[in-house]
Design a protein around this ligand. Structure first.
Ligand code: NZQ
Ligand code: ZN
Length: 389
């Protein structure tokens, strides 16, 4: 069945090497007072910080700053940013960094417009009614936060990592310069690549037949990552590889490939518990989980998309029995994650044992079931965690 859908991607993208001179002009459309946000300092080492600050200053805008946003960003950073926005009457926020910085900045923009604690957006699922405008300069390809309305925030006190979103939080303008990802190390390049593949896989494995055109777009995006991720790891300054990864990251989650699909995601909620409890890198958790989730849910009734995935993405021989082809596709995906991208393949290697699995599984299912490609009970989720040990 092909569902009705609305297609609307409102982010203006400046893609390429020579675009940053437009930053000041773009920010000034939203006002005079800019809050620049960033992470632990990679933008200072790379020189991007100086370039951004020069652009803002030469446009005669007032600059405020908040650095130190951690990977798996914490609610405390959001609180701090929202407070600065209120105190300094900020007009627009500029996130310069990866998904963590952009995500936290989105929620600062929402927190600036309310008089309650921003954690309520997560704990009570309070709807965003108003937000300050957010712009971004992306430095790490993977999450797609530069072109979507989502943001995932961690509360270390409660071991919760929760993603929420709103159309109001979609960045107004994003600067996507692949050269800004030259300094991303091989490990983070691999994790970002898995993340974008997972965003596609979560949509590709859908319970209803749908627009075939989208399936082929997704297969093309997956093949792009499979080709260019190892290249970017080996040659960090390969512009073609970095550019292909960057644009794939945005298109994997900007709403286009999911047009009309209404099913929920599976691996992401399961992974968010791993990051919440053990503060591991999101893409690494997804790499360990995804092939196990595939093995767990595959059955005679749903073999078709697995077959299609194996043949069209990994070139497995279509003439073999369908179930064999499906399993070979999962094996090729594992090989790609664990051998080509050189990521750890088990939770054990990360020092994680089974002691929190039951609690994590219940949280992933929010006390109910996960209605993804195949419905999973907390027991199913726990079984999947165990397969990852
Ligand atoms: O903090 P700095 O110093 O900048 O260093 C970061 C960080 O240590 C470093 N880095 C980033 N750009 C770099 C760089 N190092 C050198 N050169 C550069 N150009 O990389 C490390 C990881 O950065 P982070 O922003 O945490 O990575 P990523 O972009 O993968 O973001 C991960 C977060 O996004 C969430 C994840 O759950 C996780 O919290 N997600 C957000 C989504 C969304 N908004 O739609 C969807 C995703 O599924 C995901 O859940
Ligand atoms: Zn993700």
């Amino acid at each position: 069945m092909i569902n009705d859908f609305i297609y609307e991607i409102p982010t203006k993208v400046y893609f390429g090497k020579n675009q940053l001179h437009r930053l000041g002009q773009e920010l000034s459309h939203f006002g005079q007072r800019v809050l620049l946000t960033y992470g632990g300092g990679s933008i200072k080492t790379s020189g991007l910080y100086d370039n951004v600050v020069n652009e803002i200053r030469s446009s005669k805008l007032d600059l405020f700053e908040l650095g130190g946003i951690a990977p798996n960003p914490r609610i405390d950073s959001v609180r701090e940013g929202a407070a600065i926005c209120k105190r300094e009457n900020i007009d627009v926020l500029l996130a310069v960094g990866g998904g963590s910085t952009i995500d936290a900045t989105k929620w600062m923009a929402a927190g600036a417009c309310v008089d309650f604690d921003p954690w309520k957006f997560f704990s009570d699922n309070v709807r965003v009614e108003k937000a300050l405008p957010v712009c971004s300069v992306l430095t790490l390809s993977g999450t797609g936060s530069e072109m979507d309305g989502g943001g995932v925030i961690t509360n270390p006190q409660t071991h919760e990592k929760i993603g929420r979103g709103s159309k109001l939080l979609v960045p107004k303008v994003s600067f996507l310069d692949p050269t800004n990802t030259y300094t991303v190390n091989a490990y983070q390049t691999a994790c970002g690549s898995v993340d974008m593949m997972s965003h596609i896989i979560e949509v590709y494995f859908h319970p209803e037949r749908d627009l075939e055109m989208l399936d082929h777009v997704m297969e093309g995006l997956l093949k792009t990552v499979i080709k260019f991720a190892p290249m970017a790891m080996e040659e960090p300054e390969n512009y073609e590889a970095r550019a292909n990864l960057m644009w794939t990251s945005s298109w994997a989650i900007n709403g286009f490939i999911s047009s009309g699909k209404r099913h929920e995601w599976s691996c992401h909620p399961i992974e968010h518990e791993l990051s919440a409890f053990y503060d591991i890198t999101h893409g690494l958790g997804l790499a360990i989980l995804t092939p196990r989730w595939m093995e767990y849910v595959l059955d005679e009734d749903n073999v078709e998309p697995f077959y299609q995935f194996a043949v069209n993405v990994f070139g497995v021989d279509p003439k073999l029995p369908k179930m064999d082809v499906a399993k070979e596709g999962i094996k090729r995906l594992s090989d790609f994650f664990f051998h080509t991208l050189k990521l750890s393949s088990t939770l054990h290697e990360l020092g994680i044992d089974d002691k929190n699995f039951e609690v994590m599984a219940n949280k992933a299912c929010q006390g109910n079931v996960l209605k993804g490609f195949k419905t999973l009970t907390p027991q199913d989720v726990e079984n999947i965690y165990r397969m990852c040990l």
